[in-house]
Design a protein around this ligand. Sequence first.
Ligand SMILES: NC(=O)C1=CN([C@@H]2O[C@H](COP(=O)(O)OP(=O)(O)OC[C@H]3O[C@@H](n4cnc5c(N)ncnc54)[C@H](O)[C@@H]3O)[C@@H](O)[C@H]2O)C=CC1
Ligand SMILES: O=C(O)C(=O)COP(=O)(O)O
Length: 629
Amino acid sequence: MAATATNHRVFIRTEATPSFSRSRSCPKPISNHLSFLASPPSLSSSIQLSLPNRRLLTLSPHAHHLVDSSQPSSSSSSSSPPPPSYKPTILVSEKLGNAGIDLLRAHAHVDCSYDLSPQELCDKVSSCDALIVRSGTKVTRQVFEAAKGRLKVVGRAGVGIDNVDLQAATEFGCLVVNAPTANTIAAAEHGIALLAAMARNVAQADASTKAGKWERNKYIGVSMVGKTLAVMGFGKVGSEVARRAKGLGMNVIAHDPYAPADRARAMGVELVSFDQAISTADFLSLHMPLTPATSKVFNDETFTKMKKGVRIVNVARGGIIDEDALVRALESGVVAQAALDVFMEEPPSKDSKLAHHPNVTVTPHLGASTKEAQEGVAIEIAEAVVGALNGELSATAVNAPMVPPDVLSELSPYVILAEKLGRLAVQLVAGGNGVQAVKIVYKSARDPDDLDTRLLRAMVTKGVIEPISSAFINLVNADYTAKHKGLRISEERVTVDSSPGSPLHSIQVKIPNVGSKFASAITENGEISIEGQVKDGIPRLTCVGSFGVDVSLEGNLILCRQVDQPGMIGQVGNILGEHNVNVSFMTVGRTVRHKQAIMAIGMDEEPNKETLGRIGQVNAIEEFVFLDI
Ligand SMILES: NC(=O)C1=CN([C@@H]2O[C@H](COP(=O)(O)OP(=O)(O)OC[C@H]3O[C@@H](n4cnc5c(N)ncnc54)[C@H](O)[C@@H]3O)[C@@H](O)[C@H]2O)C=CC1
Ligand SMILES: O=C(O)C(=O)COP(=O)(O)O
């Protein structure tokens, strides 16, 4: 027996005695591979969190709640590990580089079906774990609905994810990943190619010459040197365009509300306002994403602010230009020329005035289409999708928090703790329903700003929601689902005097304004409160209401409030032993000696009703609750 002080209360920690418990071998440290839910239980698929090197979080089939895979699975656990032979199915709906396809085939059944109609896509997707697209496939809400929860990852083999309904993906708990870097240079080179081709009428002169004409005077161009180029969107592609344009002797300015000025300055590029950019530029090169904020930002009003005779290149997205307004601007001469790789509707209609305008050079969305970029993108997306299916959150996740590997590695035991505390707290609520708010308190010696709690919040949310609803929660949809269910999750970070070596001292989960099946779990503030810590890598329950306990959070748990008197441990232990329920751990926490105590009993097996009934009949037991961790 060891006396330990926790939360300013003394409690007795009692190791399970040989008379009623098998002495359990030292728990293994938590492994670096943690299953971590993912899809509706009926569909038996799950996300896992794994931590090898640069990998972050994994989705893997056939487990739907958090399991420390280094531990024997508990009989009550509803999760089951993925069958070792499980091979996911990946649908590739657009042409992908061979290297990527080969990589996918090494890990999955790969179905390359191109040019699918929306209906065909919906029909196929329900038997696929992942879908890989480029810009030509619209991944709509209907696709996620049709997938019926099977689709766990959408991989966008490229940058722009405007063809994927991210909101629907998030609601359905489907991870979206993209390949943001491999086509940057290709897109920038295409931008420069269009800029030069437009300035020198290359496409028009080519067509004319091939038609047997020799129109040297008609195709006099304009020079680029010394002209002002405004790069609209100074991200990866925009800054590479800027670098190349400077090499052509152009004066480069840029507009990007989110770009750091020092990065621009280092390249000799001045960041300016939108109006300043469009009113001073001789050439505009567009490189911003299509978002609600950028949709049709180039319109009648903004064209009138431009320098007469401006030339525009668009290798970003058609939707950022109001195409009818551009036709008007071309006809009025405000815009002298345009070179477009992208269109609102792709391909543009056969009678598109814009695509057929003599002063417009067009290409069929070729920005990313170099051999090098396509191989690179294919590998980048294949790695991200396979990684996600194997349990890793790719660093290119679009709709899930990206937690750096080092942070994740530190937080992993707390991730398990967070989910288990959520599960326990909600099981303590009388009736299990009516939970409207959950407060999570993170106690740490570190500066609160150093603590990234998104993962922990998601796991508490998962723990709270899953036992009381049919919803399935993962890192992707946790916040959304909580909000949708009217569940307010609030967080507080409290600095405590503990070891700065670990990211957290403890996590406390509180549920206010509810009754409890176990009155002792309610604090003086009238809220259910439980707290846990990670000790030697193992999540443990350390406080219930105002009572200190110390029990490993695995298997099943009974909490009893009893009169603090000798023999209680033996009585309860004997009942469990007689019913072949193995006690893994037992602690007693008390408030006042000989008054009241709380006994927390961890068990490997789930006791049956009769066993629980007999425990309830022990005279000194005032209340008890069985909890499935
Ligand atoms: N035509 C093609 O084949 C290709 C097209 N793209 C498109 O090019 C665009 C840029 O791609 P990346 O440079 O890789 O993306 P990125 O994310 O690196 O850069 C986008 C930049 O736009 C900025 N931005 C956002 N809102 C803005 C606004 N309202 N005004 C000005 N700037 C704003 C962002 O701060 C960011 O710096 C995307 O739309 C992408 O889809 C990319 C590759 C190939
Ligand atoms: O990466 C992007 O954003 C692109 O526009 C490239 O599109 P693509 O993959 O060539 O259909």
